[in-house]
Ligand binder design. Structure first.
Ligand SMILES: Cc1cc2nc3c(=O)[nH]c(=O)nc-3n(C[C@H](O)[C@H](O)[C@H](O)COP(=O)(O)O)c2cc1C
Length: 365
């Protein structure tokens, strides 16, 4: 059965109705997190940005007000020494009885990395990430003191008394560059992708699996695949498309006012994932059943931006296409954050699960 992921929002600001400089709204955060828990989401990603809030404290707050929901803490290695990260993640994991996953971001933009003092090249950032993951796993497995001496980290006699609840915390890696495939394919438990057409998604999955095989991982130990979409759903196709165009208008208007995710004159993105989305967007607005790209162009592919537009049924079928292709985790978040999360919880998650359950029952009857 696939698992569902949402994204964490700390206040009522959205891309279509931005509240400039909104601070964290603890009541909103609690309401949002509890809705995810109640509507059967498995995880929420707590994202990282150089100018934004601290994912660890937001994650701890979410875990304290939910029962089953897991948090995926986004972490850039340059922001925290690996031994500190190993203990911080394990602390959160103990506090929540094992509801923590870590999502690693090597860093897709030199300028954003420089804002927090990181001047390594992108390939070096992936090299550092590789070391980082190995250090965390070592720290989570053993409380025996150990030394480390690599290009990026050197320390002596570190011993960790804060061990995760159920063995090593699952490690996710996101990206779409050769180095992302190599590091994620060889080391990650989960590999995160943005929503691309079925063919391109399959190509990426093959690349990740090939890197896993090259690293000696058996098929039973390949990374689980996570794909991300921004569904725009309504009761009928017509209503969904009307909503999609209204969403696009709002994205364009807000960007023109300087309230978009990317400024109007933003340079082309440096990260391969966004470059791929923009290349695909140039081929046409709709790909496959319902994958819609104008939201990609309108945001300069800043973060997950491919929409899936259609009736509840069309979006359910589109997600099933990806599950059949090999997606194990499906991330869905909309543009009207809380309302969309609830709508998916009512009309999408149960239908996807029910269809898969029926298929399973059919094959065992
Ligand atoms: C599912 C997913 C989630 C991501 N979350 C974040 C995030 O929270 N913060 C961030 O800076 N980058 C995030 N990224 C972006 C990539 O991790 C980042 O661009 C990467 O370091 C370099 O990408 P590249 O290998 O595609 O060039 C995410 C990517 C994916 C696929």
């Amino acid at each position: 059965m696939p698992e569902f992921i949402s994204l964490t929002f700390p206040n009522a600001s959205t891309e279509i109705n931005p509240i400039p400089n909104a601070s964290i709204d603890p009541e909103y955060l609690t309401r949002y997190a509890r809705n995810l828990d109640d509507y059967g989401y498995n995880y929420t990603l707590v994202p990282y940005d150089s100018s934004s809030y601290d994912p660890f404290t937001i994650g701890a707050t979410i875990l304290s007000v939910t029962k089953k929901l897991k948090v995926i803490i986004a972490l850039r290695p340059n922001t925290l020494y690996p031994t500190v990260a190993a203990k911080a993640l394990a602390t959160l994991d103990q506090l929540s009885s094992g509801r923590v996953v870590v999502h690693f971001i090597a860093g897709g933009s030199d300028a954003d990395q420089a804002r927090e003092g990181d001047f390594l090249s992108k390939d070096e950032r992936y090299g550092r990430l590789e070391d980082y993951i190995k250090i965390l796993r070592r720290a989570w497995k053993s409380d025996e003191p150990f030394d480390w001496d690599s290009k990026y980290y050197q320390f002596k006699q570190f011993s960790n008394r804060v061990r995760p609840t159920n063995g090593p915390i699952p490690v996710s890696v996101g990206g779409s560059s050769d180095e992302a495939y190599r590091v994620g394919g060889s080391l990650a438990d989960i590999f995160g992708l943005w929503g691309e057409p079925l063919k391109e998604t399959k190509d990426q999955i093959d690349r990740i699996y090939a890197e896993a095989a090259k690293a000696g991982r058996p098929d039973s130990d390949r990374p689980r695949i996570w794909v991300t979409f921004r569904p725009i759903i309504a009761e009928t196709e017509e209503l969904a498309w009307a909503k999609a165009h209204k969403t696009l208008d709002a994205l364009n208007t807000n960007r023109a006012k300087g309230q978009g995710k990317a400024p109007v004159d933003a340079p082309p993105p440096q990260n391969a994932g966004s470059q791929r989305l923009l290349d695909i967007a140039a081929r046409g607005e709709v790909q496959d059943r319902a994958l819609w790209y104008p939201t990609v162009t309108a945001t300069n592919a800043r973060g997950a931006s491919t929409a899936l537009v259609g009736s509840h049924q069309t979006v359910v079928e589109s997600l099933l296409d990806y599950i059949d292709l090999g997606a194990d985790l499906i991330s869905i978040r909309g543009y009207d954050n809380l309302n969309d999360a609830i709508d998916y919880g009512r009309f999408v998650l149960p239908k996807v699960r029910q269809t898969l359950q029926e298929r399973e029952n059919g094959s065992t009857n």
